[in-house]
Design a protein around this ligand. Structure first.
Ligand code: NI
Length: 170
């Protein structure tokens, strides 16, 4: 089963800006997506960005349905989002908890824009354009940050809101 090793914070690939995808509907892209899905599902992730499995391309996936790591969250549609662009629709920042498979065992409260528009492509090259708020917006912003070499602790303003899951949520 192609569950890949997830790179951890400190690995140089996680600090790099990923390259745009130039070819859609390809066997290579399909195999990257299979690996990303298998890895995300095996680890109960809400999303995954290609650099987290060592692939420096602008590809993210996300899906939140009955996820034991995020129990009280509204579902987020199962999405492949390639070459995403995000714009902020409000100045309102909301603080909420995030985790990341590249920062295992930890959670932190991260300020994020609560209302965004995002645009990108699916694996066939079809345009995806959506307005998102709350946790959906947070997931997209978190995953797109990975494509620019940013992990959520770098977005935190108060490090007293950073800690181990088992201590924060016993
Ligand atoms: Ni992450």
């Amino acid at each position: 089963m192609p569950v890949k090793n997830v790179l951890k914070m400190g690995h140089p690939i996680l600090q790099q800006v990923a390259e745009p995808v130039t070819e859609f509907n390809s066997a290579l892209l399909d195999s990257i997506l299979v690996d990303m899905y298998d890895t995300m599902v095996a680890l109960d992730g809400a999303g995954l960005a290609a650099p987290q499995i060592g692939i420096r391309q602008r590809i993210v996936i996300f899906c939140v349905e009955d996820n034991p790591r995020y129990p009280d969250i509204e579902p987020v549609p199962d999405t492949v989002l390639i070459n995403p662009e995000v714009s902020f629709l409000s100045d309102e920042l909301v603080l909420d908890w995030e985790g990341c498979l590249s920062v295992p065992g930890l959670r932190g409260r991260v300020p994020r824009c609560n209302n965004i528009k995002y645009r990108g492509y699916d694996q066939y090259g079809n345009v995806i354009e959506r307005i998102a708020d709350d946790f959906h917006a947070r997931v997209v912003l978190h995953e797109v940050d990975h494509l620019d070499g940013v992990l959520y602790p770098q977005r935190m303003e108060d490090m007293s809101d950073f800690g181990f899951e088992q201590e924060l949520f016993p």
